[in-house]
Design a protein around this ligand. Structure first.
Ligand code: RFL
Length: 386
């Protein structure tokens, strides 16, 4: 086993959106870093999840001259398409805040980030499983036994990664929330008829999101103990048709089907000695809020600024404030995620949380159509500008 040792100022663990965005941001600033990823390139480039880069995240790329090279896709619509008990209702949202967001599947963003990072001379190593040896004097071990020491470790390795696991339990508080239901997450080779459609129905929430020209993500609210075997393809299609109140135009192959319990989580603080957490390693929001990928990008934006202060201006204050600043923002978006998720689910199937919550959610939902301030607030959260 090799005992080779190298030094990199910033050791980034994980080549998902947060790690790759951070790597690119640092490269633009001339700050040396390495991105270490345990999976192979093909796996990382094919992983399908989010579909929208919001206005604030788009701006983080633009201010560094990366928007044209990294952010693909068409502008998002200035509103949300709902189908409530089979009736269409279009919720118009403030157009100016939306204009800069893009429909861009996560795997397209990741592919572009990898390409740009490599074109610009970045050090990116796939197939490299990392374990963290020390977070106070930052030091990681790679699968071949070699060591990399750094000034900082950026923990960008998701909720099951090695960096959060390296933090002693007595230095960390985990705040978590279970929503009490799951989504059956379905990926199908079917073009999206509607770019985004959210169905509120007595049988449960359902949604469809386009994922590029030939694929769609469908989501079906289901009980926590449901398994993929409970949902043969025929049941998926017929339940979607019931909740959407229309036939599915094309029933293409279903390529992925898995239940995902909806939950929220925040790890506090996000900084521990030389280790700083970003993205899902630090916080989880339910996919219903469409904020997980975007929060990961906000973290990368703020952490990169902090490192620029440290290395270029000899000013460690932003780094010292990173955790507090990010946690304030993360809780704000957890508040949005909780409210939005509760509202669109409780307004449908009352069997999970009762008729009282159902009526409250219907009232909350109606306010979005009748109150300018409520409508604007939703628009700001969706754009990432609140
Ligand atoms: P990632 O993207 O999971 O990347 C973490 C990377 O770390 C690697 N890794 C390691 N590498 C080296 N050594 C180790 N020991 C390692 N351990 C792990 C992993 O292989 C991986 O490559 O985390 P990051 O960067 O924090 O990004 C977070 C986002 O990916 C996530 O929040 C979003 O995908 C969440 N999400 C959505 N976000 C949105 O903004 N809008 C959406 O519409 C949306 N839809 C979704 C979603 C997540 C979903 N799932 C599967 C949970 C829909 C779904 C179904």
């Amino acid at each position: 086993m090799s005992t080779a040792k190298e030094h990199k100022p910033v050791v980034i663990v994980g080549a998902g959106v947060s790690g790759l965005a951070l790597g690119n941001f640092l490269l633009r600033e001339g700050i040396d870093c390495v991105v270490l990823e345990r999976r192979d390139r093909d796996h990382v480039e094919r992983r399908q999840r989010a579909g929208v880069i919001d206005t604030r995240a788009t701006r983080a790329f633009r201010k560094r001259g990366l928007e044209d090279r990294v952010v693909g896709g068409t502008p998002v619509q200035a509103g949300l398409g709902f189908r409530i008990d089979g009736q269409d209702r279009w919720l118009e949202l403030p157009a100016e805040e939306y204009r800069e967001g893009r429909f861009c599947p996560q795997q397209v963003l990741v592919r572009n980030l990898i390409t740009v990072f490599e074109q610009d001379g970045g050090d990116l190593r796939f197939g490299t499983e990392v374990t963290v040896e020390d977070i106070d004097r930052p030091r990681v071990r790679l699968g071949d036994g070699s060591i990399i020491e750094g000034d900082f470790i950026a923990g960008c390795d998701g909720s099951h990664g090695a960096t959060r696991a390296a933090i002693p339990e007595n230095r960390l508080t985990r705040h978590s929330h279970e929503y009490g239901y799951a989504w059956l997450v379905v990926l199908a080779e079917v073009p999206a008829v509607h770019p985004t459609l959210l169905a509120i129905h007595r049988r449960g929430f359902a949604a469809q999101f386009g994922r590029g020209p030939t694929a769609s993500r469908f989501y079906l609210q289901c009980p926590l103990d449901d398994t993929a075997e409970d949902w043969p393809d025929e049941r998926v299609w017929s339940e979607l048709e019931t909740r959407f109140g229309e036939p599915i135009a094309t029933r293409g192959p279903i390529v992925e089907k898995q239940p995902l319990p909806l939950r929220g989580e925040v790890l506090s603080p996000m900084s521990h000695g030389g280790l700083h957490l970003l993205g899902d390693a630090a916080h989880i929001v339910p996919p219903s809020s469409a904020k997980g990928m975007n929060l990961a990008l906000y973290d990368a934006d703020v952490f990169a600024e902090a490192l620029v202060g440290y290395y270029r201006h000899d000013d460690p204050s932003l780094l010292a404030a990173y955790s507090d600043n990010r946690l304030r923002d993360v809780w704000n978006y957890q508040a949005f995620a909780t409210w939005f998720t509760d509202t669109v689910h409780d307004a449908g199937d009352a069997t999970y949380r009762g008729e009282f919550r159902h009526q409250v959610a219907r009232a909350d939902f109606e306010r979005l159509f009748t109150s300018g301030p409520a409508n604007r607030l939703l628009g700001e959260f969706i754009a990432g500008l609140n």
